[in-house]
Design a protein around this ligand. Structure first.
Ligand SMILES: [Zn+2]
Length: 113
């Protein structure tokens, strides 16, 4: 699923504040993590009250930032982060955290790009 489709599908939980980075930059990571994001946003949608302000790659892993947090939200964003550490950010196949200048999760095929 493309990033714009992902944002459209979950628009109910995406912050529309112009100050939210997601308003200006969209999803700031590779397409390999879109399925992880889709699953996390689906869970967040079921809770309702919370909105996403930023989705990005940071220190090689997926980070989802919210307007606020509770234990359930923490669990969802941390689960997504753990999944991203095993998933190639480029293609979504199994990968691992590597140091290629910066930290990044890549499969064997995408390790050098
Ligand atoms: Zn890959």
């Amino acid at each position: 699923m493309r990033a714009d489709e992902l944002l459209k599908r979950h628009s109910a939980v995406i912050s529309t504040s112009r100050r939210a980075p997601i308003s200006g930059w969209g999803i700031e990571c590779g397409p390999g993590w879109h399925e992880i994001i889709d699953d996390a946003l689906t869970e967040i949608s079921k809770i309702g009250r919370y909105q996403v302000v930023q989705i990005k790659e940071k220190s090689g892993r997926l980070r989802i930032y919210m307007t606020r947090y509770d234990d359930t939200i923490h669990e969802i964003v941390e689960r997504a982060e753990r999944r991203s550490l095993l998933t190639c950010e480029v293609c979504g196949r199994p990968g691992q955290l590597r140091q290629c200048g910066a930290a990044m999760v890549r499969c064997d095929e995408h390790v050098s790009r």
